[in-house]
Design a binder for this molecule. Structure first.
Ligand SMILES: Cc1cc2nc3c(=O)[nH]c(=O)nc-3n(C[C@H](O)[C@H](O)[C@H](O)COP(=O)(O)O)c2cc1C
Length: 406
């Protein structure tokens, strides 16, 4: 018999086996990544390398994220509700570690993704062996913990009703019909002469309607799907978002920011805590983010409480910024008055001359994370029959979906 039994895709009536099947797919993508690393120095970004880079990107940008959501939204919360005694103790120790590893993996992936995008486009042959190794090491450790401790615990503790509920939720996340149980990623974009036809994709996304059955159960995963589609369709600055805050006196203000990250914890950006938005958030910690991707006739509204990131995260994120951005963050006291531009230019030059290549993070530079409790997806449609699907967070942590009139 050729191939492992795990290669046969299990159905969603066996959700733990589906997760293991996803691990096998991850291992295959990791093997491709390793082969690509060995292939590039000798062959450059040839057709084989481009295809491999494209395949790895497609998997980790879509299916892997859905897999993480399976664990964070279904598996671990359900285990938390069910486990007791020694199981619960082990879970309390492992669940934060696993969530933290997801974040690290997502960060490491972002760095690799841009390298792979350039390889897939044939414009670069650079792939950092250190970053590939870091990414693979953490995935292997992570999958091993899940397979050794978490999956056996879930198989032992979950009732058949829980397994059915988990399987149904995972299936809904993939928005697939019951019979196509093994698919873990949305359909690949149309390829014309080896390249995605952007105009064609845009037309497809615009034509798409938004029904309750189309959208994923988890709005953050749904955002991820639309965000991927916006990037695939090459929407200009898809990560630009309008943040609205409200002052202590009830006066709203809005500005554009670049979204830095999003995951189950929320949507984050970097800024100055001493800026006007920082002041407003200190008095009223609620905000609203708005994305508008006109090419796709899509709008996403995200509302919720805004939290500051931890000092440790801020240190890490600051160090990861390009040097010029770090120097600007030191030189500019955002939202404070400035007599003239020359003053800022002088201050920047002085800092550039004295700061070295590892300048210290100014105390006011940091990140915020909006923890969503309400998310609305708007899809423009003909004759003003626009679709609006709204998700509202309930007290038990689940999301309720409903449709609003356009
Ligand atoms: C495309 C674009 C991206 C921006 N990205 C950021 C950002 O990531 N962080 C930030 O603090 N300001 C960013 N800004 C500047 C903000 O819009 C705003 O001017 C600044 O944050 C000060 O806002 P405030 O005075 O209301 O606090 C961006 C502006 C544009 C047009």
């Amino acid at each position: 018999m050729s191939g492992s039994v795990f290669d046969t895709a299990p159905g969603f009536d066996q959700p733990i086996a589906v997760l293991k099947h996803c691990h096998n797919k991850i291992r295959r993508q990791i093997a491709t990544l390793q082969k690509l690393l060995a292939h590039l120095p000798e062959h450059g970004a040839d057709t084989e390398a481009k295809q491999a880079a494209g395949a790895v990107r497609s998997y980790f940008n879509q299916a892997a994220q859905i897999h993480h959501a399976d664990e964070e939204v279904d598996l671990l919360p359900m285990l938390r509700k069910t486990a007791s005694g020694a199981d619960s103790e082990l879970l309390n120790q492992l669940a934060p570690q696993l969530a933290n590893e997801h974040q690290i993996m997502e960060k490491l992936w972002l760095a690799l993704d841009s390298q792979l995008a350039a390889i897939a486009a044939g414009s670069s042959t650079y792939l950092s062996s250190e970053e590939v190794k870091g990414f693979i090491d953490i995935y292997n450790t992570h999958m091993s913990t899940e397979e050794t401790d978490i999956a056996p615990m879930a198989s032992r503790l979950f009732s058949s009703a829980q397994l059915a509920a988990m399987g149904a939720s995972m299936q809904q996340r993939r928005a697939i019909a019951p019979s196509s149980a093994s698919s873990s990623a949305p359909a690949a974009p149309a390829i014309v002469n080896g390249q995605a036809s952007v105009a064609h994709l845009r037309t497809d996304f615009k034509r798409a309607s938004l029904s309750e059955a189309d959208v994923l159960a988890d709005p953050v995963a749904q955002f991820g799907r639309w965000f991927d589609e916006a990037q695939t369709a090459k929407v200009l600055e898809a990560d630009a978002t309008c943040l609205s805050t409200v002052s202590a006196s009830g006066r709203p203000s809005s500005r554009i920011l670049l979204l830095k990250d999003f995951d189950h914890r929320g949507f984050s950006w970097h800024t100055s805590y001493d800026s006007r938005k920082g002041e407003e958030l200190a008095h009223n910690p609620f905000g609203s983010l708005l994305f508008f991707w006109s090419d796709l006739e899509r709008q996403i509204r995200i509302e919720g409480r805004v939290e500051k990131m931890s000092e440790a995260e801020n240190e890490l994120n600051f160090d990861a910024q390009p040097l010029a951005s770090r120097l600007h963050a030191i030189a500019s006291h955002q939202s404070m008055p400035l007599t003239d531009r020359a003053t800022l230019e002088r201050r920047y030059a002085e800092i550039e001359a004295s700061a070295g290549d590892k300048p210290a993070r100014p105390a006011d530079w940091g990140g915020y994370r909006l923890v969503p409790d309400r998310m609305e997806f708007w899809q423009g449609r003909g004759a003003r029959f626009h679709d609006r699907i709204i998700y509202t967070l309930l007290h038990d942590g689940s999301w309720q979906r409903s449709r609003l009139q356009p």
